[in-house]
Design a protein around this ligand. Sequence first.
Ligand code: RP5
Length: 167
Amino acid sequence: MTVSSNTPLVGIIMGSDSDLNIMQDAAAVMQEFGIPFELTVVSAHRTPLRMINYAQKAAERGIKVIIAGAGGAAHLPGMVASVTSLPVIGVPVKSSNSIDGWDSVLSILQMPNGVPVATVALNAAKNAGLLAAQIIGTANSDITKKMDEYKVKMNQAVLDKAGKLSS
Ligand code: RP5
């Protein structure tokens, strides 16, 4: 299972295809903002050499941000971060045999000093996508403009709902 557009700027990887139903939310944000991305399975435990190769080659292929989602003993984001200087956003995925998702959250969140992973909330691949878009936006004013519009729309949607509640 691999999806790729020309010269992807964001790499979305996940430990298993069973993570796809969560991780596709990050891909949807890339599509919404018109950011070229790739999406594939890279497992820290089942395909460790592929993981190292992916992380080491990502920057030279033009990737600017990596979003890595995994569940359980979720070592993928941290191990990827250990071998690339690109920013890595970690998505803790609540896998089917999880300890309420805490296993995934703590595996990704509790990184040692020197190797940061920007960890989003459990299953929050949408926020990972938005954070990646904001990072890409630091060097792309079109993306920043779209993000500004996104926030205006979100603000207005809440005001509209609040208006309906008060009337
Ligand atoms: C992790 O183990 C994956 O990221 C997934 O969340 C979890 C379960 O994987 P499968 O057994 O469903 O392939 O590596």
